[in-house]
Design a protein around this ligand. Structure first.
Ligand code: FBP
Length: 321
């Protein structure tokens, strides 16, 4: 079987040299992580390490190997001055490169042991400090400054979804040759979808407007396509990816237990917000565009409503009252 799909390499050739080098290495790390994910129980790399991370969550063995793959492969390019990871308390200062990479090495950790889709999320910025090793301020930049963002999803296939500020393209890994092929060019998220994606088991701690919005989604009204169906994997990458391709809305709101929500601004919400907007969708924390939020901490959490423009607008109307 042959294929005429352009490759990721064809795509990277059009980008500035340093950005292409870094994205090529992120794809390389994605292939390494995909391999480990496929080995799973057979390779004794599932299960917890016995340690907890900066967020108080149990660290899984695959979290560690994925984090190491990203830090070592991307860090060795010489093009990166700082990296920040969900699995590192502090940012990692590197060489004199011009780029900053923020990432969640393995999103959806709780799904590792059960063979459900997981992913790696990344955002890339240009440094703001003058020269030398990167600083924390290089990492704490507003989302609109991202020069690239995306994710690698380890699902029924391994897929790299990428934006460099000129639309969104998805590349599927051809495991026969280890090449990412352009299978989903110029992705456009439908203006509205038919599904909502939220952990509805948290309803007991939701604020009233959130409850009212979800109840509204489940009401019958043919004119507005309701009721919506519920889809929830519990891996942000997977829930977002489905929403990107099919439309609809994903939310992890602030609630009475988690006043800032659960998800992280710098390496979860902001990269996916760039992808969503570049595909014609929207992303908000309930009052502001995610991409305009000024970060104050590396591991800052943020409420998230993301997906089809029409569905995010409906959410805003209802949660803002
Ligand atoms: P990790 O980065 O620790 O995996 O946590 C993030 C996450 O797993 C998201 O992928 C997902 O959307 C969310 O948590 C699910 O949370 P919950 O289990 O509370 O619904």
């Amino acid at each position: 079987m042959t294929t005429a799909h352009p490759t990721l390499e064809d795509h990277l050739r059009k980008l500035p040299h340093d950005l292409a080098v870094v994205l090529r290495r992120i794809a390389h790390a994605g292939r390494v992580i995909a391999h480990d994910v496929r080995l799973a129980s057979v390779g004794d790399i599932v299960g917890a390490t016995g340690e907890t991370n900066v967020h108080g969550e149990l660290v899984q063995k695959l979290d560690v190997t994925a984090n190491r793959a990203m830090l070592q492969l991307v860090g060795a390019t010489g093009e990166v001055c700082a990296m920040a990871s969900e699995e590192e308390d502090d940012f990692v200062a590197l060489d004199d490169g011009g780029l900053v990479v923020l990432f969640d090495p393995l999103d959806g950790s709780s799904n590792i042991d059960v063979g459900v889709s997981i992913g790696t999320i990344f955002g890339v910025q240009r440094r703001t400090s003058a020269a030398g090793r990167g600083t924390e301020a290089d990492c704490l930049q507003v989302g609109t400054k991202q020069v690239a963002a995306g994710y690698v999803m380890y699902g029924s296939s391994t897929m790299l979804v990428l934006t460099t500020g000129d639309g969104v393209d998805a590349f599927t890994l051809d495991p026969r040759v280890g090449e990412f092929l352009l299978t989903h060019p110029r992705i456009q998220i439908p203006a509205r979808g038919k599904t909502y994606s939220v952990n509805e088991g948290n309803q007991y701690v939701w604020h009233d407007p959130m409850r009212a919005w979800v109840a509204w989604l489940k009401d019958e009204d043919k004119a507005t396509g309701r009721p919506y169906g519920l889809r929830y994997v519990g891996t942000l990458v997977a829930d977002f990816h489905r929403t990107l391709l099919k439309g609809g809305v994903f939310s992890y709101p602030a609630d009475m237990k988690s006043p800032h929500g659960k998800l992280r601004l710098l390496y979860e919400a902001a990269p996916l917000a760039m992808v969503a907007e570049q595909a014609g969708g929207a992303a908000t924390n309930g009052s502001q565009r995610i991409l305009e939020l000024v970060p104050t901490g590396l591991h800052q959490r943020v409420p998230l409503y993301i997906g089809s423009k029409g569905d995010v607008e409906d959410a805003l109307k209802r949660i803002q009252g």
